[in-house]
Write a protein that binds this ligand. Sequence first.
Ligand code: FE
Length: 337
Amino acid sequence: MARLCFKHYLISMLCTITVLATGTSHAEGVVVYSARIEQLIKPMFDAFTKESGIGVKFVTDKEGPLLARLKAEGKNTPADMLITVDAGNLWEAAREGLLKPVESKILESNIPAYLRDPENQWFGLSVRARTIIYNTRRVKPGDLSTYEALADPKWKGRLCLRTSKKVYNQSLVAMMIAELGEAKTEQIIKGWVANLATDPLSDETRAMEFVAAGKCDVTIANTYYYGRLMQKKPSLPLAIFWPNQAGSGVHVNISGAGITRYAHNAPGALKLLEFLSSEKAQNLFADVNLEYPANPGVPVDPVVAAWGSFKQNPINVKKAGELQAEAVKLMDRAGYK
Ligand code: FE
């Protein structure tokens, strides 16, 4: 009820009175703004409502419009929780003052420190691995080693990449800056650009299709795109390679959530967030999108497990946000469109 109240002062007063009179504000529903689409979130919300009796209403949109909306609504936002992909976006939401820190022993124990905000404003709920995908007819796994090595001239005319406009690549490059420094990273990105077989592509499914068709031999993609494509076209000559296993590990990012600064039902939202980090919801959250659970105690989906285990880069995903602006400038300087 209070959700409907934000627009008009008069209605708002009535709502406040109703809430006070019934004393049910905490048992009321939770409102979620989600950049994850309905089919990826609704199963968990239904499970949560069944267990807690707390209803969940949600609005789905792209992350940009959702953040803009939260900002414009300010204190009047009906949203209690924001769900979005990429630590870069969650970091941005926190920087804009749209999220609120929460203390929760459950979240601290369920979600490893490198997958959550050190200031507790957001928490990773699933892990996406950004890795190398190669054409199995044209490349031997032994030819591959690291992301950095894709800058080697031996890959000239053999690399396809998704556009640098996508936050996933901005986060990848930001993490590289954190580890290797700016000068080294710029050199690598210039090497990638020099090796491109074609202009950067709008999405990574397309990039993998180019690899499969032999227009290029390798690309960098999130594994769930690989999983989806192979479920549709299992005979494509594509495979996953886990890079940087002798060093820092595979670049991982998260999809995650935070409680909004002006949540009307912060206690309900916290319960939902804790539920999403629990074993029960973690499988649903990760498996529906062929991702990895953020909670390390939860087994991965068998389809995903079949891709093999790998070492994740344990650097805090917050770096992806902090260094995003630098990453964008660096990619621009390097000519990565
Ligand atoms: Fe994606």
